[in-house]
Design a protein around this ligand. Structure first.
Ligand SMILES: *[C@@H]1O[C@H](CO)[C@@H](O)[C@H](O)[C@H]1NC(C)=O
Ligand SMILES: *[C@@H]1O[C@H](CO)[C@@H](O)[C@H](O)[C@H]1NC(C)=O
Ligand SMILES: *[C@@H]1O[C@H](CO)[C@@H](O)[C@H](O)[C@H]1NC(C)=O
Ligand SMILES: *[C@@H]1O[C@H](CO)[C@@H](O)[C@H](O)[C@H]1NC(C)=O
Ligand SMILES: *[C@@H]1O[C@H](CO)[C@@H](O)[C@H](O)[C@H]1NC(C)=O
Ligand SMILES: *[C@@H]1O[C@H](CO)[C@@H](O)[C@H](O)[C@H]1NC(C)=O
Length: 626
């Protein structure tokens, strides 16, 4: 080894791992705990050992760790070409006012994959789609087999509330480029509400429960193609871990027999692999999801903000850390192993910011979007939730539902949430939009469909009633106006005024007086209805009729259609439109607006008449069903 090389190695081994570290995928899920993610110093050392032992001596000026090299002299950076695989090209997310995360996957072309050879990817970002002149920002990073060839950059130093266009290329061959992606930054926190988004309403599209094997992701396509949505919010169940045709058994009510499930093969949507347990399983599933053209279109054109769904802090329906709970998979992975594999793959494959170990697997976070709104994302699933209804535990959980010491969010998150609402009010943000996984409003069902009377599912806030009451008390006590809760998970549509359950003294269900906000809960992108897989509108509407009659706060219920909703937000009002997909058995953009709701600033309720008095699907309380 020559002297120059030795000193270089020493210099570089002291933490000069910039080109690995620039790729945030190596830090999945933890930013500050290499033993649980990847030790990039070790990866760099491995790279050196290979370079040293097997390669012809390299010329220092071309050592690829140095920016500015053209990489052409190094056999230890992949130069055999990159496939920005069509199935997973361009993704962005977690935008802030001056930065955004951009993502791609750079798979080496050809055979003979060598696990220790890194692949170098560069990005450039521009203000116009024609990508003129010098980029506003650019950079390079390695990826490798270790992170499934995923690349996640944080691009910073951007202007607030601005659209950008970005492209990835192969550092060793800049003519190999990805398609062009579009993204945007958020307005800075102090931008006056009226100036956000150039004075136009800011539109969010809201999704949940996208199960590959039960349908095509047309909802993403309609949102990207047919609406002006600029930010996509996913409230959980972005992927599913099972392989069958979409059992709805974690939902207590199955109104039809479970034989009426979706036949995945007949619609061309069978999933690869097995029930997910290992990191390989999770990566393969993400990869397959990213073959859906509607999902790709949606990812390519707007930043996403996501949270994960399913399970509680120590188990799922079929896995936990007991002997029986480890036998669900041939790999014998227990729940804790599975959870680590799942979160690692999630952080590799989604443009979410990495988490800090000091905070467990914290994904709850707040986005200050000018003075127009705070978008507060909660984790009502994993972070610190007490035991939930995982089907077989239903009687136990139901009996605990009213305990005041039961927590859905965990004490730390609950405190943070309360403070975030106060801060948002104090800083003068007009709206507080709260994105979280599960339905907040009481959904009691009795009569012909619920005998004996039961709640839709104790897996929702109904199973954590003291926690729900604390949230409502906090809003009322501190006079926090203009709060809108967004919910997913239930595979049906529910729109409600926010008020204490059963309290028709303070709250008037007809006029909405006395409410403290609104909940918009949305149906699934594809997962089967909570009312029964494939249920027709004619069969679903009578059930909706019982729900809206029985639950004072609930103003609209719809249980047949799969879809999504949008919120167009300005300082005067929020305009919420629900979209229903006509057919998810094939790829298409065939949909209609099933209902539209207005919430005026300061009113803290749905504007009357609710939905303008008419809906194209489902049942309104004001339709004479009460
Ligand atoms: C690139 O990846 C896509 C998706 O996996 C595949 O269909 C295509 O054949 C690959 N292209 C090449 C040149 O290998
Ligand atoms: C663990 O999972 C197994 C298999 O699903 C189940 O039989 C068992 O009751 C579970 N145990 C706990 C404590 O949840
Ligand atoms: C929670 O409250 C219930 C009912 O008051 C009580 O039985 C239980 O012991 C409490 N649990 C804890 C951990 O304090
Ligand atoms: C509301 O009233 C129903 C019917 O009496 C009851 O079953 C339910 O527990 C009540 N909900 C709450 C949160 O008290
Ligand atoms: C609400 O949005 C829908 C869909 O964009 C639009 O048709 C409707 O006119 C809007 N309503 C109001 C009051 O702005
Ligand atoms: C979306 O646009 C496509 C064509 O651009 C059209 O065929 C389709 O009907 C539209 N869907 C909706 C819901 O407007």
């Amino acid at each position: 080894m020559n002297l120059l090389l030795t000193s270089l190695l020493c210099a570089l081994s002291i933490g000069a791992t910039t080109i690995f570290d620039r790729n945030l995928a190596y830090r999945s899920p933890y930013a500050d705990h290499p033993e649980l993610s990847h030790d990039t110093k070790e990866l760099q050392a491995r790279h050196f050992r290979r370079q040293n032992a097997d390669a012809a001596p390299f010329s220092d000026g071309h050592y690829p760790t140095f920016y500015g090299s053209d990489f052409s002299n190094s056999p230890f950076v992949w130069s055999g070409g990159i496939n920005f695989t069509h199935s997973d090209r361009l993704i962005q997310g977690d935008p802030l006012d001056t930065s955004v995360l951009i993502w791609t996957r750079a798979f080496p072309l050809g055979a003979g994959l060598d696990q220790s050879v890194p692949i170098c990817v560069s990005y450039k970002i521009f203000a116009s789609p024609a990508l003129p002149g010098r980029p506003i920002d650019s950079g390079e990073a390695f990826t490798s087999w270790d992170v499934d060839f995923t690349v996640k950059f944080e691009v910073s130093g951007l202007k607030p509330d601005t659209q950008y266009f970005y492209v990835f290329s192969d550092c060793t061959n800049p003519s190999t480029v990805s398609p062009v992606g579009r993204t945007r930054t958020l307005p800075s926190p102090d931008t006056p509400a009226a100036l956000v988004n150039g004075g136009k309403p800011l539109t969010l599209a809201v999704f949940s429960c996208s199960q590959f094997q039960t349908g095509w992701f047309n909802a993403y396509g309609v949102a990207a193609h047919n609406t002006s949505a600029e930010i996509f919010v996913h409230l959980g169940d972005y992927i599913y871990e099972n392989v069958d045709g979409g059992s709805v058994c974690q939902i207590i009510y199955c109104f039809e027999s479970e034989t009426n499930l979706v036949n995945s093969a007949s619609i061309g949507r069978e999933v690869l692999g097995r029930e997910l347990a290992t990191i390989h399983d999770y990566r393969q599933r993400f990869n397959q999801y990213r073959t859906d053209a509607s999902l790709l279109l949606a990812h390519q054109n707007a930043p996403w903000i996501t949270v994960a769904d399913n399970s509680w802090k120590a188990g799922t329906t079929d896995s936990n850390d007991t002997d029986a709970g480890c036998s669900f998979s041939p790999s014998g992975a227990c729940f804790t192993d599975r959870k680590l594999a799942a979160v690692r793959a999630y952080h590799e494959w989604l443009p979410i910011r990495q988490v800090s170990t000091f905070d467990q697997l914290r994904i709850w976070r707040n986005f200050q979007i000018g003075k127009l709104l705070d978008l507060t994302m909660l984790d009502t699933r994993q972070y610190d939730r007490d035991v939930t209804d995982v089907s077989y535990s239903w009687p136990v959980v139901a009996s605990l539902a009213t305990f005041s010491n039961r927590s859905l969010m965990g004490a730390a998150q609950e405190k943070w949430f309360e403070e975030t609402l106060i801060q948002s009010k104090d800083r003068g943000a007009v709206w507080r939009i709260v994105g979280q996984q599960i339905v907040f409003t009481q959904l009691l069902l009795s009569g012909a469909f619920g005998n004996p009377p039961r709640f839709l599912t104790a897996d929702d806030w109904d199973g954590y009633r003291a926690n729900r009451q604390r949230v409502l008390d906090h809003l009322y006590r501190n006079r926090i106006s203009n709060t809108i809760i967004l919910s997913g998970d239930s595979h049906a549509n529910w729109v409600s005024d926010l008020a204490h359950p059963n309290d028709t003294t303070t709250y008037n269900p007809i006029t909405g007086e006395g409410a403290i906000g609104v909940e918009f809960a949305g149906t699934a992108v594809t997962s089967p209805s909570a009312f029964g897989a494939g249920i027709s509108p004619a069969a679903a509407d009578p059930v909706s009729g019982v729900f809206v009659a029985e639950n004072p706060d609930l103003q609209w219920s719809e249980g047949s259609f799969r879809g999504f909703f949008t919120l167009s937000i300005n300082a005067e009002m929020v305009n919420c439109t629900y979209y229903a997909m006509r057919d998810i058995d094939s790829a298409n953009l065939d949909a209609f607006a099933s209902a539209q709701f207005i919430v005026k600033a300061g009113e803290n309720k749905l504007s009357r008449p609710v939905a303008g008095g008419t809906v194209a699907a489902g049942v309104l309380k004001s339709n004479g069903t009460t």
